[in-house]
Each structure stands twice: as C-alpha cells, then as structure tokens.
Design a protein around this ligand. Structure first.
Ligand SMILES: [Zn+2]
Length: 154
C-alpha cells in the first residue's frame, strides 16, 4: 500500500494572499480553500518532505531550494527560492506549499517545526506582447504577398 501523509488534519495555515493565520481541515495532497480573513482563493499542498537540497547566493541574499515531497502516494519535485537564511526542511517533516490566488507558490510551511517562510515569487514571463507582435507581422506579410500577387497577375 502506498504511504499516505495523514487522513485529515487540522492545520494552522498562513494565507498566501494576506498572511493571516487560521485553522483549516486539510487532507493529504491538494486543498483548495477560501481564506477566512481575506476571502480570496488559495491552495495548500499538504505532504511530507522526502529530501531537500538548497544553494545559497550570498550576494543576491537568496537561496534556491529543490524539495522532494510525498503527497497522495506520489513524489514530486518542487523548486522555489527564498531568503538567504536557510529554511529548515528535514526528511519526514510535514510540509505545506501555499499557492496564492494567481496560483503562484508564495509560502512554505514546516508543520513539524511550526515555522514558515514567505518565498521570493519569480516574475512570470509575459508572452502577450510577443504574440501580438507575431500576429501583426504575419498579417503584414500576408497583405504584402497579396499585394505582390495582385501586381504580378494584373
Ligand atoms: Zn487571506
């Protein structure tokens, strides 16, 4: 039988949107909920730490984490960055990965040690201007080709 994290647990969650702390019932794996304070949607992934690797960059005052987490009988790799000071995550610790309303991983909680850290959220690439640029280019080429074809055949 696959190893599970816990059937159902009452956990104090840090809201990834507003930082308030409230008690919620969580199940192993993904938990979608609305914050009791700000009412905004959030998601908590509840699991157990398998292993952690981290690399600090003193100049940038940041640290990159690669954490293997067991949830719902499967193991997933999560990569995120936080402050330079190392956030402790040991094998077997219960972990919560908190996603905000935009689905960005913002908070990591170690339930075993009752500590949490707000993460440095990577700025997401915005491809929209690039796509609009490409569409304009394709349309311009098509008009150009039509114009050339028109001048050749008439
Ligand atoms: Zn909130």
């Amino acid at each position: 039988m696959a190893e599970t994290v816990a059937e159902k647990t009452q956990v104090k969650l840090v809201c990834p949107n507003c930082d308030s702390q409230q008690i919620y019932d969580l199940v192993d794996g993904t938990n979608d909920y609305a914050c009791k304070d700000c009412n905004r949607p959030a998601r908590a992934l509840f699991g157990k730490v398998r292993s952690k690797r981290s690399r600090g960059d003193k100049k940038a005052q940041s640290r990159q984490y690669s954490v293997r987490v067991l949830h719902e009988g499967v193991e997933d790799l999560f990569e995120f960055s936080g402050g330079y000071h190392e956030f402790e995550l040991r094998g077997g610790d219960h972990i919560i990965l908190g996603y905000d309303q935009r689905d960005a991983l913002c908070v990591v909680q170690n339930l075993t040690l009752a500590r949490f850290e707000r993460l440095t959220v990577a700025h997401r690439a915005n491809y929209r201007p690039l796509i609009i640029g490409l569409v304009v280019l394709v349309v311009a080429i098509a008009i150009g080709a039509a114009f050339i074809a028109h001048s050749i055949y008439h």
